[in-house]
Design a protein around this ligand. Structure first.
Ligand code: ZN
Length: 273
């Protein structure tokens, strides 16, 4: 069996499975962790409920690098901005209960709002959540998203913009989650990974692949080896910083969701090594 202890799988990767199935199968396959999406936890999203989720996760023996996902801070209406802050605080509490190390932030963007303004609101929103993060003992990680999502999902599209927020807020509970899908093309990637390492802000590392003929912006990610990303090279840069966290497999794929998930997990395990 390949050593998968330095890998985790995001529950959304096996979307047809519930949390129990994910945890059982990941642990049995030898993975070191599970990153948990809220839809398999929160009852209002169809999950098993927090108490049951905590039981399942603790019973599995798996590490939980991340709880996914918070963010979505910018809004034209101040009440909506406050609601986002309150929601993120709730996510931090849920993450703490689950033993997750971080809440991943998809920071948000508003169509029509200048990106600079959106980034300012993101920084303010994160600042408002950080005391809660410290109290909960859970970190916040900004995940830069590929610029194709700049219109409505994320005004932070490169590691550099995430770094600027980290530098402005200077908090040991704030960092960056690097996803190869979003950042592989960035000419400054190597420099930014090194800087994040030096600044102690590299909190998460997500792997998947970029299919050359992408059919859907959200749900057509490739499994490692399906596309054109130099994953081995990027992984080397990440590990060179001293990053000891788990590499998290995060693949949204209608194609793979339609297949037998047990067989698919075997394929994932193969592609991790
Ligand atoms: Zn990711």
């Amino acid at each position: 069996m390949p050593n998968l202890q330095n890998h985790a799988v995001h529950t959304f990767t096996n979307k047809p499975w519930n949390l129990q199935q994910c945890c059982e199968n990941y642990a049995q396959a030898g993975f070191g962790g599970v990153s948990i999406w809220r839809n398999v936890v929160a009852q209002d999203e169809g999950g098993v409920g927090l108490d049951e989720a905590v039981k399942i996760v603790k019973g599995s023996g798996l590490q939980v690098p991340a709880y996914v996902r918070g963010g979505f801070f910018p809004a034209g209406d101040p009440d909506k901005r406050q609601a986002a802050i309150d929601h993120n605080k709730k996510l931090l509490d849920e993450a703490a209960a689950l033993g997750a190390g971080q809440v991943v932030l998809v920071v948000g963007a508003v169509p029509g709002m200048p990106l600079d303004e959106a980034r300012k609101q993101v920084q303010d929103g994160i600042a408002a959540c950080l005391p809660h993060a410290r109290a909960a003992g859970v970190k916040l990680s900004i995940e830069p998203l590929h610029p194709m999502y700049a219109g409505d999902k994320s005004c932070i599209n490169r590691m550099a913009e995430a770094r600027q927020v980290c530098e402005a807020l200077q908090d040991d509970h704030l960092g960056i989650a690097l996803d190869v899908y979003h950042c592989w093309w960035d000419p400054d990637l190597e420099v930014e990974i090194r800087l994040a390492g030096e600044q102690g802000t590299l909190l998460g590392y997500h792997v998947c692949d970029w299919r050359l003929e992408t059919r859907h912006m959200l749900t057509d990610r490739g499994l490692m080896g399906d596309g054109c990303i130099d994953i081995a090279g990027i992984t080397q840069m990440v590990r060179a910083t001293g990053f000891t966290g788990l590499a998290e497999v995060e693949v949204f794929s209608e194609q793979y969701w339609a297949t037998d998930q047990t067989e698919y997990l075997k394929l994932i395990a193969q592609r991790c090594v």
